[in-house]
Ligand binder design. Structure first.
Ligand code: ADP
Length: 661
């Protein structure tokens, strides 16, 4: 099982979904915004490793396994895949062979010879197909794909081993079964192939060319200090072309005939998936389908350099041309004949990873959850890593993808979150404002209580003596006017002090059930209603009962009604409306007075703010009211128009109180 041949370095993953898009097996699951390779589904093609710009995908390193083979005391051989000219550009083949030998291998062989053996097998197979259709591939990722996602096609997979295994079998036949074999190539999939149960024990370790480079660096093996050396026999021929797309066909002496379409060759992850599907449905019409998952093995993820595809092809081509010029055809043929009876067959096993697609209604439900209820909502933008919105929805159903991967969905979600945040921000700001206000009121209350307490007694004395003196003063005496003034002003001071005491005392709420209709009655009874003022009482609530402090709320109502009277010097109407819902009761006091300009809406609740003339207002009425309402865990709102040009002037104070404490 190739579990965890590729893993994600979580800190590096920036969740761009490129790996999801590029994975032909859809073996990458996004969980909590992290891309994780699902080992059982992964075909180890290495596409995700190549496309990740953050280098967040890492290949399982097996250098220690190769070291173990070298240190085992067995005879060892290094088998170099024929793509090596594309991986070690600038290092002549003989020098590379010398470097590999310096690692401690007894033999260094070309896998190209195994490729020649495999090519011969394919030639024989296709000469006797008897109408059987075959998929020819030496690519472990293609095999892995068919075993997992098209297991019905296992019969179509040509039962021939890859050049890696063919080379290993030939070398064991040559040097004995106890040979320690290390395959070195461009492909992660080879690590998976070597560990497949069907081929167990044939290869002892697999290294990528990148890992080989690391081993050279570790041991200080450099090309400049290495003596050139030759590959050990048997030498390869045209099999060295295998790593280039259609290389197998050429080495087998077959060609893709566009007229007959009998043989079809393709490479690259998208083409491979499509070609396999078409082969399965019979639409392809081909007798042989040749495939490589990368654009040839030369583009494998185990090669480090940045060389582009055609340059890599050139490197391999030029090497093969040079080799073919030097090769001794007689010897090559003798080597081939020597292994004519070598068993190069293999079997395949189903590793079925297909997950049932959702029912139509399930798919529609997922699409609706993504906000896609109409065909035009399906943008198929591909940002999620899936080609269509439906494919993404299917992946969500299979537990491979998350809704958040959909860009329009994520944008809409963000928009909603921002608007929710803005609302709670506004609520927080208003709560903070209310808190600051009540803190201000509390400290002013303390101060007021202190002053009122100290001033009240001496003031009472002044008032009493002023009245005594007034009684004694003669009716028209010069002193009378002055004494009247003293008594009046002292009386005013008394009122202010009483207001201050009220302001200071408001923090104790004694609740009991009160019918608001009765409360309004009580508040109105002692009031001296100015001549041109009409009072209306409307009860909109069925049940105007709440647990409140009756005296304090009467105080609230009285303050509001007094202010309404004061705002209507030429008369008008005061409307008191009782309302509410299951949890709250509401008292609304509306007047048709002069109104309050918007810039004063906040100020009117501040202590000592008044627009009334000296002697008429203390500026404490609304702050006392505010304090009482807040102590009841209620709320007071003000709506007012002071501009006749806008509409009828007037003010509405709405007090909302919870029905129970
Ligand atoms: P005071 O009534 O002693 O001035 P308040 O705190 O009760 O103190 O009111 C503060 C100010 O708010 C008033 O002076 C007035 O300017 C304004 N005000 C309050 N209620 C009304 C109302 N219904 N219409 C117009 N202005 C009002």
């Amino acid at each position: 099982m190739n579990t965890a041949f590729i893993t994600t370095i979580q800190e590096r993953c920036r969740v761009c979904y490129t790996c999801v898009r590029e994975c032909p097996a859809k073996a990458i699951r996004i969980v909590d915004g992290q891309a994780a390779v699902i080992g059982d589904r992964c075909i180890a093609c290495g596409n995700c490793v190549k496309v990740c710009s953050q280098m967040a995908k890492q290949i399982r390193r097996t250098v220690n396994e190769a070291e173990a083979v070298l240190g085992s005391g067995r005879k060892t051989v290094a088998c170099l895949a024929p793509s090596f000219p594309a991986a070690f550009v600038g290092i002549p083949a003989e020098v590379l062979v010398g470097m590999v030998r310096r690692l401690g291998f007894d033999w260094v062989n070309e896998v190209a010879f195994g490729a020649d053996l495999v090519a011969r097998e394919y030639r024989t197979l296709l000469a006797n197909t008897n109408g059987h259709r075959y998929i020819a591939t030496t690519c472990p990722a293609v095999v892995g794909y068919i075993e997992r996602y098209q297991p019905d096609l296992l019969d179509a997979l040509a039962p021939i081993v890859s050049p890696m295994i063919a080379t290993a079998r030939a070398l064991r036949a040559l040097h004995g079964e106890n040979l320690g074999i290390v395959f070195i190539g461009p492909c992660i999939g080879k690590k998976a192939e070597a560990s497949d149960a069907v081929l167990a024990g044939e290869i002892d370790a697999v290294l990528t060319f990148s890992e080989l480079t690391d081993m050279f660096a570790q041991r200080g093996i450099a090309p400049e200090t290495t003596e050139p050396d030759a590959f050990d026999p048997p030498h390869g021929g045209l099999g060295a072309l295998f790593p280039i797309g259609r290389g197998l066909l050429q080495a087998a002496g077959m060609s893709e005939d566009l007229m007959t379409g009998e043989i079809v060759a393709t490479d690259g992850r998208a083409h491979v998936v499509d070609a396999v599907k078409e082969f399965a449905s019979g639409d392809l019409g081909a007798r042989l389908l040749e495939m490589l998952c990368c654009h040839g093995c030369i583009m494998g993820a185990g090669i480090d350099n940045d060389l582009p595809l055609f340059n890599r092809r050139r490197q391999v081509r030029e090497y093969v041309r040079g080799r073919m010029a030097e090769i001794d055809p007689g010897q090559w043929q003798r080597d081939m004949d020597r292994f004519a009876d070598l068993d190069l067959t293999r079997g395949y096993t189903s590793k079925d990873q297909r997950i049932a697609a959702p029912e139509a209604h399930e798919l529609e439900a997922i699409l609706a959850m993504l906000g896609k209820t109409k065909p035009e909502d399906e943008l198929n933008c591909g940002a999620c890593g899936y080609d269509t919105c439906r494919e993404h929805a299917v992946a969500i159903h299979k537990g491979l993808a998350e809704a958040e991967m959909c860009l329009p969905y994520a944008i809409e979600w963000l928009r909603r979150t921002i608007s929710k945040l803005a609302t709670s921000n506004a609520q927080l700001a208003s709560a903070q404002e209310a808190l600051v206000h009540s803190e201000k009121l509390a400290s002013m209350g303390q101060l007021a209580a202190g002053i009122a307490h100290e001033v009240n007694n001496p003031l009472g004395v002044v008032l009493m003596y002023a009245h005594l003196l007034l009684e004694e003063a003669s009716e028209n005496g010069a002193m009378r006017e002055d004494l009247t003034m003293i008594a009046e002003q002292a009386d005013r001071c008394k009122k202010i002090v009483a207001g201050l005491l009220q302001f200071a005392r408001q923090n104790k709420v004694v609740r009991y059930p009160v019918d608001l209709r009765e409360l309004v009655d009580r508040a109105l009874r002692p009031l001296a209603v100015p001549p041109d003022v009409r009072i209306r009482v409307c009860t909109a609530a069925d049940d105007p009962v709440a647990e409140i402090d009756r005296d304090q709320i009467i105080q609230v109502l009285t303050n509001l009604i007094h202010n309404a009277f004061a705002a209507m010097p030429s008369g008008g109407t005061v409307t008191i409306t009782l309302g509410g819902d299951a949890r709250t009761v509401q008292i609304q006091v509306e007047d048709t007075g002069t109104g309050i300009p918007p810039e004063l809406h906040k100020k009117v609740f501040e202590p000592f703010f008044t627009t009334k003339q000296i002697g008429q207002g203390t500026g404490l009425g609304l702050s006392v009211t505010y304090g009482i309402v807040k102590m009841h865990s209620g709320d007071i709102q003000l709506k007012s128009n002071a501009d006749p040009a806008v509409g009828p002037t007037g003010t509405i104070f709405t007090v909302t109180l919870p029905r129970s404490g």
